[in-house]
Design a protein around this ligand. Sequence first.
Ligand SMILES: [Zn+2]
Length: 352
Amino acid sequence: MADKELILKLSDIHGVAGFEDDVREFIKTEIEPFVDELTTDPLGNLIAVKRGGGEFKLMLDAHMDEVGFIVSSIERNGFIRFVPLGGWDPRIILAHLVEIKTRSGDIVQGVIGAKPPHILTQAERREVIPIDELFIDIGAASRDEVIQRGVHEGDPVVIHYPAREIHDGVLVGKAFDNRVGCAMMIEIARNLKDKLPFDLYLAFTMGEEIGLRGARTVAASVQPDIGLSLEGTIGADMPGVPERKQVTSLGKGPVITIADKTIVVPRKMIMALEDAAREAGVPFQYKLPGFGGTNAGVIHTSGKGAVYGVIAVPARYIHSPVSLMYFSDYDASLKLVMNFVSNVDRLKGLLA
Ligand SMILES: [Zn+2]
């Protein structure tokens, strides 16, 4: 059922927080044949609805944006300064290939410049260069030349490693956080053949990485009763991380959030998700409490409140130039969520 190509395609689209337009247009085209309504709100969130009536509203949400940068200034000598959009570790930005998306939609490529090791002092070798001292080099000799190539203050920037399958079922790409969530929602819309006895909202949100921004207006306009945030989350099963700090692991299936920095998931929701996993015949794991946060944080506390949970696909190295995930975890997550959405009695039980 699950569509590997869809994840790879989505991961390659530029969608830095606040610049989600291309992701939104792609999703619109994919999802349009399978939903009854499709609207874009003033913030840029895309909300798809499958109408079914009934007494409650179920919402699934996934953020479209990815972490990246924005051009802050262009210097006389042609070097470009930038600031981060979303959470970055300054140690891992240096020396990568970047793509700047210009106002006309063209891509200008460059590299994040680094002084060669030959000229570094001993002290410099040990220090982490702050992001505001880094620069992008597009090989232009002057500010005028940068501008001639179409680059402008305010243009979004991504570090771009094209997504690919490096081994059977092992995917790498720049934006699995959170294009895996977007892919799941597209597939759910495609696969739900029967009319559901409730209205299903599929909210593709903007600006999660800069403070759950899109989720705020989506929650206010949809006012869901029940829902799930679908995410790509912190895979931390790797050398140097003690087992008790491994937030999630690859290969162990969908991740059920217990509590993160923004939500304590109601126990009945956790149990309903476990039940859905068992019924779907897939394994599941818990996300170690206390790390990260998602759209669910603002959605469950808005309006009259909602019974909300989070299902995520584990991916290692999120918020870095390239992350790695197992397709099997995605496939199992999709099966879990399909089962969750399809069991109406269980959903009603959540509202009782
Ligand atoms: Zn995310």
